[in-house]
Design a protein around this ligand. Sequence first.
Ligand code: 16G
Ligand code: ZN
Length: 529
Amino acid sequence: MDSEALKKYSALHPKPPGLTLQYGTAGFRTKAEQLDHVMFRMGLLAVLRSKAVVSTIGVMVTASHNPEEDNGVKLVDPLGEMLHPSWEEYATQLANAEEEELQKIIIDICQKAAVNQHKDALVFIGRDTRPSSEKLSQSVIDGISVLGGQYHDYGLVTTPQLHYMVCCQNTQGQYGKAMLEGYYEKLSKAFTELIKQSPSAGESQRHLKIDCANGIGALKLSEMEPYFPKEVIIHLFNDGTKEKLNHLCGADFVKVHQKPPRGLDMKPNERCCSFDGDADRIVYYYKDATGHFHLIDGDKIATLISIFLKELLAKVGETLHMAVVQTAYANGSSTRYLEETLKVPVHCVKTGVKHLHHKAQEFDVGVYFEANGHGTVLFSKAAETKIRQLAKEGKDDEKREAAKVLENMIDLINQTVGDAISDMLVIEAILALKGLTVQQWDAIYADLPNRLLKVQVADRRVIVTTDAERCVVTPPGLQEKIDALVKKYKLSRAFVRPSGTEDVVRIYAEADTQENTDALAHEVSLAVY
Ligand code: 16G
Ligand code: ZN
């Protein structure tokens, strides 16, 4: 390490005095003007991580669904997963180190994590469309360069595209080519194959309206559109040319407010969807003939995908175990439908993609979705090999055809992380193959009314939870109060948890009617104060 160069460059990216930040569920996220030093230092950390695991590491500059003025950064591990939890602490230490401690902290990390300084380092960088992202990604590059790392800057990409590139690079192309064209070609080839087999193939056009949250999704969908089969027509709204990123639009806005985004003109029964600002989340919705808005969230997406995959797995007849992973926010009706009607095991884990992804890896086929629309499907290596083999050599026609559909699904799904573009194509293919309208999909089960509230408390860390955040351990007595409130209502459930991204405590409630749900959420919020 060239300590003079480190000092010199670090001084160009000074840490605001007194500022401390934490590598949270989604990396660092705050006002963009506070992040320059964090970006430089995450460039340093990416080099150390790359040397430690002797693989390419990703750095994504984005603040997802946050307001345009915010920004953030997260590291992507070799197979496209989130940074390993054991390194989150190093990220936090490095980000908060005072200028003069920086070198010592780097040496400490190298020792603790057995980083071999002599290894090469390669870092892939991507960024979203925020005005601050370009300059901040230059600061990441400064950090990488000062420690002698190599980098490839993909420029503007969706978060899941960067995860995909990192995975391709580290699997020597087995997952695909580490290039945007490679991503577009792989996904659209699988999609086209699937659409070809739908009962209405070639007969009618399929239209979909997409709210791109004024973010990166619009750019990347425009690039990909020429690859789509001609019967699929997408209409892009909120493409970022007129309005601000995530402002009154996008998947988070639609889910939280349970209403349509601004800037998308919706006719009755038209199928519409919203991406979030970095295109790793998606929700669908439509307006019925009476003008009533229907949200189809991550839980209903998981259900649709599970129904489809379960049928195919039954047809191929191998013992491949499928499970669904959800969080406490999953609507009770979705869990009941999956367990009781579809008879698929459901597991509940803590909020945050890394927890869902980790759990889903335990199964042959692991479907995971957060209610907010972030999710994907993971196929074990063994399941994938079996399916590809059956698709090639299966004796019986029905079995082989089912295996071929599954094989295309495997190629269409971005298994590294939830991906709005990939999820959208998966959903469109399933709806086409099953001949389902958006209303029929919505009618698979009826959501229980639900309410999400947040309250500001003096210190959200006093609330400690267990049982995948469904039960409060401290402060003592709070869980008993919640239990007593929940008992007053039918089909009710409620929980509280400290947010991992904001300084608030979140409250979730569901019950038989919206009125009861709102009353329950309100009563629980009073108990939290
Ligand atoms: C982050 C998570 C998201 C989770 C949300 C919860 C990732 C990539 N993102 O955005 O999955 O739903 O945090 O936020 O893990 P909260 O802790 O503030 O409720
Ligand atoms: Zn996002």
